[in-house]
Ligand binder design. Sequence first.
Ligand code: PSV
Ligand code: MN
Length: 388
Amino acid sequence: MTTFAAIADQLDDQVIELPSWAFGNSGTRFKVFGTPGTPRTVQEKLADAAKVNELTGLAPKVALHIPWDKVEDYAALKAYAADLGLNLGTINSNTFQDDIYKFGSLTHVDESVRRKAIDRHFECIEVMNQTGSRDLKIWLADGTNYAGQGDLRGRQDRLADSLAQVYDRIGRDQRLVLEYKFFEPAFYHMDVPDWGTAYAHVAALGERAVVCLDTGHHAPGTNIEFIVTQLLRLGKLGSFDFNSRFYADDDLIVGSADPFQLFRILFEVVRGGGYGPDSDVAFMLDQCHNVEDKIPGQIRSVLNVQEMTARALLVDREALAKAQEAGDVLGAHGVLMEAFYTDVRSDLAGWRESRGLPRDPMGAYAESGYQAKINAERVGGQQAGWGA
Ligand code: PSV
Ligand code: MN
């Protein structure tokens, strides 16, 4: 089997983008809990993200959601982030919280509403130009709840036209990243429910349009790693939104309940050329922390991704190929499982130490006093959260 020493340097290439909204309050439709120390501003969200990066060395980028993270001066925000050792990453458009979007946004039958949704994306592109962001990520809440409520075909045609207008506006070095989700908030149909629909749209747009795979957006039992393989094969895997899903879009900590699934996904990423300096695939988290502490929640998440990446890199690909070609079913399966069952935790602690990072980032955070400090300092004002 490949040794940890042989793959250690490859781990230096890993960048995991943090979602600004992970540091704000969140919840379910039943309750959004407030938490001491929650950021009131995007600057405070960035400070928390910087802490995650300081302790793990894995997360030097932060994705923003517009309008949740709207500011007057994005160049100043970029400079503020740079001072914290961060870059501003993906810009997420939000056309799902204004009343006008009740029946859709880029698919809307009313041209004036559709125009506003397209303009919102133009505004996001303006933000990207100032933040230096590469990716515009589009997730749409568009869909219907009842058979016959909308004209499914008309909505697809309008979506294609809207996306083409947005795509025309993005710069040469920018990408349009289309995210799919098979349910919620609409339940009869979603306009971009699956990777195939997302692929059909981005393929029609052109080279700089790619797909975002949110690991929480599939039906139970879906073989997500197969989708990874297919999108990489087609050159259309743009990014991941990592999280862990149970019954709905829970956005729980990636790799928390099913590390094996995360391993299988990351193995296909590595196998398909989606990992390393030559790959454009962005690794992002899309999570919220409803009941657990937010900053350690993000630390745990990036460590989980790193741990399963290490195990995926450990797979003896030569031995695997040999067993596969020989029709050695259990031999091939065994090669994969051998890497999965390899405990890399102490090797990773050594990897961190050799790079000037704490061996145990979770413990280091608990001892840092940062949480007590922000709990004491961040009093008053409006805590960030959904819609805030
Ligand atoms: C939608 O469920 C989604 O996954 C999209 O990526 C949104 O931008 C994000 O969640 C908001 O939390
Ligand atoms: Mn997502």
